[in-house]
Design a protein around this ligand. Structure first.
Ligand code: AMP
Length: 550
């Protein structure tokens, strides 16, 4: 039943505005540093809410963002859901075709766009039916000539600074994010107010990722990835100072924001922290304010934990999923392990961790049995809980595959040790995660096999020091193929439809793709062969490797 007591985002905004009106929100925006307080933030969120009303946005409508981590983006985080509309954060790194599908599938009415991403979005939107009727707001003071949008500051300029935030049913969708699956189109996950509320409350517990009023919180993880792992909500609920690192932050930007703003809690994928560690080799960076660095999205190496330990900073390894709002487990050291040897502790902390309070899990082996918690047996991890989605948006066939009796099947293959620590040992889903972003190996294979002179192709992820994983393609050339030109032709073809970071780091010729007994491509042998090798050399064109994040 709707009512003021429901589990919604509104009380978090209310608390920050009324208890911490002077606490700062700092942002490296494209037009320079922006610095204001929760008091001013609440005024601007109210102005935005009024502007959305005036634009005709109603309860249940979807409003999208195509933005980096900035304070303006953060204003949409509360204003949109708290009027009863739904905030859909789009990942700008996706291939254009995925972006068109997502905007159409979510039926977005209005898109807030970061100026540095306007060209990318215009490319995806050009001549596309999917974008018909969609309006754009450019996140800045003014709109350069030739762009059909209204400037954000103009959009909110004449609006009142108060808003009568309505009572909202906790089951009302507040947010939405798409995740890329093994095959087919990206799948939408809707976050209700209740899911975001319970995720925030669990994150605030000591076994989550607590953020309090003496913390300075900097989400480096993009705000288009599951609400920057929920940090903007948790930091607001806790009354922390926020620091937003802006468009494509480089290690030097991250280092200087930590130093200048006194960041205490920050979060990102391993690639981000490897970049910072590398930067610190050449530069004298003061990390003394940092208490906690959260690393997740891909596995964190033990060496990273030790590096931060040596500097008095706790590296917390966390595991989660888009479907889980996203936090599942965090690798806190349990009390009974405090007297263990340092090496044993680090080994534990490098695992994906223990479930945060509020969730349940089970691990099912190939015979459908629950595994022993002995750190040896393994199986697929299933989870359930208040902030785990129960279905995908309009995708009955995916629901059938990925949910069972109220449990989400994660596609992660894990062991559990007697202390309850999860360790991911394999992935049941055929996808590659590179620098925190998904690449569908099946989609790449199909794209490569579309070339007339390719008989068969398979794509696997190989370990990579900086990006954790990179795709490598194995191609069986057709009988009439010109082997001297085929690789270049395949790269040219892929470049037309995929961003640079999707291109395989190498394309190798093989005589046959290994198959399973049922005729499916068997990648196990290839993965084992390349597991311990750095990337195969040979055919890599200079621009294939993703040396930048574009
Ligand atoms: P996403 O939905 O994009 O957040 O991706 C979720 C998936 O990323 C999980 O199912 C895992 O396969 C992987 N993942 C997330 N966190 C970790 C981690 N700490 N270690 C290893 N893999 C992870």
């Amino acid at each position: 039943m709707p009512g003021g007591h429901d589990q919604t985002l509104r009380p978090f905004l209310w608390r920050a505005e009324n208890l911490y009106a002077d606490t700062e929100i700092v942002s490296r925006n494209h037009d320079g540093m922006q610095r204001y307080t929760y008091g001013e933030y609440a005024d601007r969120a109210a102005k935005l809410a009024n502007a959305l009303d005036e634009h005709g946005i109603e309860q249940g409508d979807r409003v999208a963002t195509f933005c980096w981590n900035t304070s303006r983006h953060f204003e949409t985080y509360f204003a949109v859901p708290t009027i009863g509309a739904q905030l859909h954060t789009i990942n700008p790194l996706l291939p254009d075709d995925h972006i068109r599908f997502i905007v159409d599938n979510a039926d977005d009415e209005l898109v807030f766009v970061d100026p540095s991403l306007a060209e990318k979005l215009a490319g995806a939107a050009a001549d596309s039916e999917e974008f018909e009727g969609v309006d754009f707001v450019l996140m800045g003071e003014e709109v350069p000539e030739g762009i059909d949008a209204v400037a954000y500051e103009e959009f909110i300029a004449d609006q009142p600074t108060d808003y009568d935030w309505p009572d909202i049913d906790e089951d009302q969708p507040a947010g939405m994010c798409y995740t890329s699956g093994t095959t087919g189109r990206p799948k939408g996950v809707e976050y209700t107010h209740q899911m975001l509320w319970s995720h925030t409350m669990a994150t605030l517990t000591p076994q989550g990722i607590p953020m309090a009023d003496d913390d300075v919180v900097m989400p480096v993880v993009p705000m288009f990835h599951v609400n920057a792992w929920g940090m903007p909500f948790t930091a607001t609920a806790g009354g922390s100072k926020h620091v937003y690192p802006g468009p494509s932050p480089e290690p030097e930007d991250i280092a200087s924001l930590i130093e200048e703003e006194g960041v205490t809690v920050t979060a990102g994928v391993p690639t981000v922290w490897l970049g910072l560690m590398d930067y610190c080799k050449e530069n004298d960076v003061d990390l003394s304010t940092l208490d906690t660095v959260i690393v997740g999205g891909s596995a964190a190496p033990e060496s990273m934990i030790r590096w931060f330990d040596d500097r008095g900073v706790e590296l917390l390894h966390a595991w989660g999923m888009t479907e889980m709002s996203p936090i599942g487990s965090v690798s806190h050291l349990k009390g009974n392990l405090e007297d263990e040897a340092y090496d044993t502790q680090v080994e534990k902390r490098a695992k994906q961790g223990i479930m945060v309070p509020g969730l349940e899990f089970k691990v099912i082996d190939e015979d459908g049995e629950r595994i022993e918690w002995d750190g040896e047996e393994f199986g697929e991890l299933y989870v359930r809980g208040p902030w785990v989605t129960k279905e995908y948006f309009q995708r009955p066939e995916a629901n059938e595959e990925d949910f069972e009796d109220g449990w989400l099947k994660t596609g992660d293959v894990v062991t559990v040790d007697p202390d309850g620590y999860l360790k991911i040992v394999d992935r049941a889903k055929d996808v590659i995660k590179s620098g925190g972003e998904w690449i569908s190996s099946v989609e790449l294979e199909n794209a490569i096999m579309a070339h007339d002179d390719v008989a068969e192709a398979t794509v696997i992820g190989v370990p990579h020091e900086k990006w954790q994983e990179r795709p490598v393609a194995f191609v069986v050339p057709g009988e009439d193929a010109d082997r001297d030109t085929l690789v270049d032709e395949v790269y040219d073809m892929l470049r037309e439809d995929y961003p640079k970071w999707w291109l395989p780091d190498d394309i190798e010729f093989i005589e046959e793709v290994p198959k399973t007994a049922t005729g499916k491509f068997s990648k196990k042998d290839l993965r084992e062969e390349y597991a311990d090798q750095s990337l195969v050399e040979g055919n890599v064109p200079e621009d294939a490797a993703p040396e930048s994040d574009d």
